[in-house]
Design a protein around this ligand. Structure first.
Ligand code: HEC
Length: 151
């Protein structure tokens, strides 16, 4: 009985390998990118790209194991959910109120240290922000909020 269940699971995983997939990859900087409404110094951009963009932008850098199920489903789910909450590639499409709220959340996420997700930093060791990187992001988000263009 147990063996049958295991074989069944194996078959499902192999079949799941063939599910169609739309990868979240877009290397062009679109009109709605955050850079259109905020100044992003090079050090801030490096941190965001390295630690946030895999889930909060239209451009994920997929590791090799991302093609293997069930990792793939799990990862795609994080990207989808992450983008729904915050998408740096579409930030300029947010209303001023929403944008400022997201900036507050970004500040909070670094003050309280709940981003990136632990499940992510366990694998991407260099995505865990140092204290200095956290303060860089906090200071930057505060400045962007201050100077945010009204709409
Ligand atoms: C592995 C994917 C992943 C990475 C990497 C990641 N996030 Fe997230 N983030 C999520 C998911 C999923 C959610 C929504 C669910 C939740 O809050 O746990 C979220 C939610 C958020 C929210 C809350 C937005 C809202 O309005 O509710 C903020 C702010 C945020 N992330 C900031 C960041 C920042 C800043 C970084 C980089 C330092 C980052 N995240 C890295 C997946 C990720």
């Amino acid at each position: 009985m147990k063996k049958k269940i295991l074989i069944g699971l194996g078959v499902v995983l192999v079949l799941a390998q063939f599910l169609p997939r739309n990868k979240n990859i877009s290397t062009v900087v679109g009109e709605q990118d955050i850079s259109k409404v905020a100044t992003i110094p090079a050090d801030v951009e490096d941190i965001l790209k390295k630690t946030c963009y895999d889930c909060h932008s239209n451009n994920t850098v997929y590791p090799w194991y991302a093609v293997i199920q069930p990792t793939r489903i799990w990862m795609d789910h994080h990207v989808k959910e992450g983008k729904q909450h915050l998408n740096f590639s579409e930030f300029a499409s947010y209303t001023e109120k929403k944008a400022k709220h997201k900036l507050d959340e970004i500040i909070e996420s670094q003050e309280e240290g709940w981003m990136p997700l632990t499940s992510y930093t366990l694998i991407h060791k260099n995505a865990k922000l140092t204290d200095k990187e956290q303060s860089t992001i906090i200071e930057w988000a505060k400045q962007v909020k201050e100077a945010y263009p009204s709409n």
